[in-house]
Design a binder for this molecule. Structure first.
Ligand SMILES: Nc1nc2c(c(=O)[nH]1)N[C@H]1C(S)=C(S)[C@@H](COP(=O)(O)OP(=O)(O)OC[C@H]3O[C@@H](n4cnc5c(N)ncnc54)[C@H](O)[C@@H]3O)O[C@H]1N2
Ligand code: MOO
Length: 402
């Protein structure tokens, strides 16, 4: 059985990064991944401009007097004339500094005296002037291919006047759930059956990352049914993902189905929850399609998606930054029993006497979905380790996996 780190490394080493790209409007770019570097053809700001509403003047004039006539008015969007010596220009935030001026005095530091402007501060060359190119310089690479676009990047790209960008086409991820015990929500309860939760967790997880979900629903728990669904999924998608049926029972058809259509490259990881996660390839006419079999236990499916499927898919989608960093917190719990598998406990951050501590959900079973809803992230307990209250633990917020 591989350790968590070995398994993640093996999985990420096997990724074939997508090459298919498309051109879209910047406004549609949220969560998409750049397929090109973005180079600025302009300076931002394009000209020296005022940081305040006030008066533009030359510091030399202010060294020799403090009462000046107003010779012009420059609003944002306008271009002023050259400033006459011994005068000030009325200026507004964002308006270009006229040539001949080298500072701006904000209006609160001035008074009107007999139709002229009295300046109540000392000369300060450069004061309240935003310099041309201080944000971005012409020719600068502002973002590199592989960057995942957040709202601030959409603004940044727009700030250099680019309206269309080349991004990778969203991966198509086909999913189905397995298990004869499953009922669809909205139907009447039945003896011996439970409701399908994983299908709907995946309906959130996959689009949340910007991928295209092809939901094939629920598949009858037979080897033939599983093979048929797997083949269909591989024909229409870039990645196939399932939950359930990866354990050792004779009712677990995922592995034999995968082996009959392609290959099983990895199975079982020393982690809890999520041990029986499976990875392999499905062979279809167009080539080999990666397959990720998440375990059926709902917490295990959620955790293995966040910890394995997400980085795999993000890398495949062309993202350069897929690593998540922990927050180091004090444990507000004891974990007295060491486990040879790495534990991913569902945890929350709480403030106690000006210290942020990690609290864990009292019931950590792989079927206890309440733990994932209560929690804000995972606390990681390393293999063969125990934890005492007050020890430092690594906390990975769920939000870091979005
Ligand atoms: N003899 C062994 N049995 C099990 C082992 C083992 O090593 N030896 N591993 C256990 C672990 S750990 C896990 S995790 C589970 C995973 O098993 P499967 O992936 O084969 O999942 P199923 O057996 O299909 O289901 C497990 C559990 O989860 C429920 N389930 C499944 N799908 C859904 C769904 N879509 N929505 C809600 N709940 C679902 C299912 O009813 C079962 O209770 O295997 C252990 N067994
Ligand atoms: O690996 Mo399983 O997820 O412990 O129940």
């Amino acid at each position: 059985m591989k350790t968590f780190d070995e398994a993640l490394y093996a999985l990420l080493s096997d990724v074939q990064v997508t090459t298919e790209s498309e051109t879209i409007n910047v406004g549609e770019g949220l969560q998409r991944i750049l397929a090109e570097d973005i180079v600025s053809s302009v300076n931002v700001p394009p000209h020296d401009n005022s940081q305040m509403d006030g008066y533009a003047l030359h510091s030399f004039d202010l060294e020799h007097g403090n009462l000046f006539p107003v010779s012009q008015r420059i609003a944002a969007g306008e271009v002023g004339a050259e400033l006459q010596h011994g005068t000030v220009a009325r200026i507004f935030t964002g308006a270009p500094i006229p040539s001949g001026a080298n500072m701006v005095v904000m209006q609160e530091d001035t008074e009107e005296v007999d139709g002229q402007i009295q300046i109540n501060i000392k000369a300060q060359p450069g004061a309240n002037v935003r310099k041309k190119g201080e944000d971005i310089q012409q020719g600068q690479v502002i973002l590199q291919a592989g960057t995942r676009l957040r709202p601030q990047e959409l603004g940044l790209i727009s700030s250099i006047g680019i309206g269309e960008i080349k991004v990778f086409k969203p991966l198509k991820v086909a999913t189905f759930t397995t298990g004869d015990e499953l009922l669809e929500p909205g139907s009447e309860p039945q003896e011996g059956k439970i409701y399908n939760a994983n299908r709907y967790t995946l309906q959130g997880l996959i689009p949340q990352l910007g991928f295209e979900l092809i939901d094939l629903g629920h598949v009858a728990d037979t080897l033939e049914g599983t093979i048929e669904a797997m083949k269909k999924a591989a024909d229409i998608a870039d990645v196939v993902m399932t939950t359930g049926g990866v354990s050792v029972g004779e009712e677990d058809h995922i592995k034999p189905a995968l082996e009959s259509l392609g290959e099983l490259n990895m199975w079982k990881v020393k982690m809890k929850p999520g041990k029986p996660i499976a990875y392999g390839k499905i062979g279809v006419d167009k080539g080999q399609v990666p397959f990720i079999g998440l375990p059926g236990n709902p917490v295990s499916a959620f955790a293995t998606f966040k910890l394995f499927a997400r980085p795999y898919l993000m890398k495949m989608q062309g993202a350069e930054q897929i690593k998540t960093n922990p927050i180091w917190l004090q444990a507000d719990f004891d974990w007295p029993k060491a486990n040879f598998r790495r534990d991913f406990l569902r945890a929350r951050m709480t403030n106690k006497r000006q210290q942020t501590v990690a609290e864990i959900y009292p019931h950590q079973g792989s079927g206890v979905l309440m733990s994932t809803s209560w929690a804000e992230g995972f606390v990681v307990i390393p293999e063969d380790s125990t934890i005492k209250k007050g020890d430092t633990v690594a906390f990975y917020p769920f939000s870091a996996f979005v």
